[in-house]
Design a protein around this ligand. Structure first.
Ligand SMILES: C=CC1=C(C)c2cc3[nH]c(cc4nc(cc5[nH]c(cc1n2)c(C)c5CCC(=O)O)C(CCC(=O)O)=C4C)c(C)c3C=C
Ligand SMILES: [Fe+2]
Length: 430
């Protein structure tokens, strides 16, 4: 989808670029430097040839973008602690973030208005000249935004905390680092250019100065799922295709059933209608151990073959796995403890989820092992019925557990999209 929903602010920006084009050359040296420093602006359809990088997604929409949007190649995810103490300050932050997000997702500077030459620039500048690159910004609220560790209602919203926004249970094998977990707010920035995603988080963090600060963040690359049938299936760091059986945007009715919160889901949290819940898990993968496992063992653990991603019960990538199929000696072709069997809807009461994760590498440990893995992101309508039971079964039975460890975690309520003139989370604070 390529959208160019020109807004009044875009029209303001266009005229700003035209104005700079007209005035830049003949102006006095000081003024020309000023224009060059602050007025370069982001590349737009009139300056960059059409293509993937020119993809723009509307920010104002019934559902937030960055969920069923075709998964982009890069991620910068950040969780924030709110330092503001009043509801007014928090709403002001959300309003400012909304305006900046609406600009940046259209390939424009975070704040359109020029500042004085004697003040810091309104935008940090590293995305000047870059197109929108499919940037989406998806905002969420953590349980701690509603009640602090002592149960105190921080911003007068405790009564509206969704039932589903409760701390995730401890899963066997978890080794969660508190400094990579939780948070009052989260922002998922996805783009096809890493600099565009990083620029967005940096500017949102800058705007939040005095009201919220980054608690933890994660960079990701090489999306580990497809969310559209138009996308090829990527590979994770185990070398396997990941996202084959993911919920896809084109599957009629599936997002309504498994992703979007319905009007009657939670009487106390009607404000979440059209929103979703995001489960974020930083999962370290023991790549050096995996790389010493035979191909037979790797495929048995996953339940699919490595070249094509076809189920071990036969067929090609998109053939439905036959969980009843048996081979020689009556042994199931898709092993009882394989990942695909344990994750399949047939063994999980029909539940599905929209996976939108990314690979990560964050350096290495003292003995040269990569600190790498999969930053698992999944959007679900009911975490307690979709993510929690599946993860519990995997933690207990999945043969893959020998090769992975969950080291970070967060659960966030993702409100519906903002309407033009409104702000993110308006239905909660209204
Ligand atoms: C609790 C949910 C899940 C976690 C955590 C998870 C981690 C994880 N997965 C892979 C690799 C693959 N997963 C695949 C399929 C798959 N995984 C989940 C859920 C979780 N995965 C689901 C719901 C499914 C789909 C199952 C189905 O409907 O058949 C696959 C197969 C290809 C595909 O369908 O995507 C791979 C490969 C890793 C490496 C990992 C943690 C590091
Ligand atoms: Fe999986």
């Amino acid at each position: 989808m390529t959208e160019d929903n020109t807004t009044p602010s875009q029209r303001r920006g266009l005229s700003r670029r035209r104005m700079l084009g007209l005035t830049g050359t003949g102006a006095a040296v000081g003024a020309a430097t000023f224009a060059g420093g602050l007025g370069v602006g982001r590349a737009t359809a009139d300056t960059v040839p059409a293509g993937g990088a020119m993809r723009r997604y509307p920010f104002y929409a019934p559902h937030q973008s960055g969920i069923v949007t075709p998964a982009q190649d890069r991620l910068h995810f950040a969780a924030f602690d709110v330092t503001a103490t009043t509801r007014e300050e928090l709403v002001t932050l959300l309003q400012a973030w909304t305006l900046a997000a609406a600009e940046m997702t259209q390939g424009r500077p975070a704040q359109a208005e020029e500042t004085s030459y004697d003040a810091p620039p309104a935008d940090t500048g590293e995305a000047d000249g870059l197109p929108a690159s499919g940037l989406t910004l998806t905002f969420g609220f953590g349980p701690s935004l509603f009640r602090d560790a002592h149960g105190k209602d921080r911003f007068g919203i405790a009564a509206r905390q969704p039932r589903e926004l409760a701390a995730l249970p401890h899963f066997p094998g978890d080794k969660l680092d508190p400094s990579r977990s939780d948070g009052d707010l989260c922002v998922q920035a996805c783009a096809d250019d890493p600099q565009v995603a990083v620029h967005a988080i940096r500017n949102l963090s800058r705007i939040a100065f005095g009201s919220a600060q980054i608690r933890w963040a994660q960079l990701g690359f090489g999306r580990t799922s497809s969310t559209s049938t138009a996308q090829a299936t990527p590979r994770n760091l185990f070398g396997f295709k990941d996202g084959t059986a993911n919920l896809k945007a084109e599957e009629a009715g599936q997002a309504d059933e498994h992703v979007w919160v319905g009007q009657r889901d939670d009487p106390a949290a009607g404000w979440m209608t059209g929103g979703s819940y995001l489960v974020a898990r930083r999962i370290n993968m023991r790549l050096e151990t995996w790389d010493r496992a035979s191909l037979r063992e790797q495929e048995t653990i996953i339940g699919r073959d490595r070249p094509q991603g076809a189920p071990l019960s036969g067929g090609t990538e998109f053939t439905e796995p036959d969980l009843a199929a048996k081979g020689r000696g009556g042994v199931p072709l898709i092993a009882a403890d394989s990942h695909v069997r344990l994750a399949h809807p047939h063994t999980n009461g029909g539940v599905r989820m929209l996976r939108r994760g990314y690979n990560f590498t964050d350096g290495n440990d003292a003995i040269g092992r990569l600190d790498a893995g999969l930053f698992f992101l999944a959007y679900v309508r009911r975490p307690s019925a979709q993510y929690v039971p599946m993860q519990m079964r995997m933690a207990r039975q999945d043969a893959m557990m020998e090769y992975v460890q969950h080291t970070g975690s967060g659960l966030f309520a993702i409100p519906p999209g903002a309407r033009d003139g409104g702000h993110i989370g308006q239905t909660l604070f209204a």
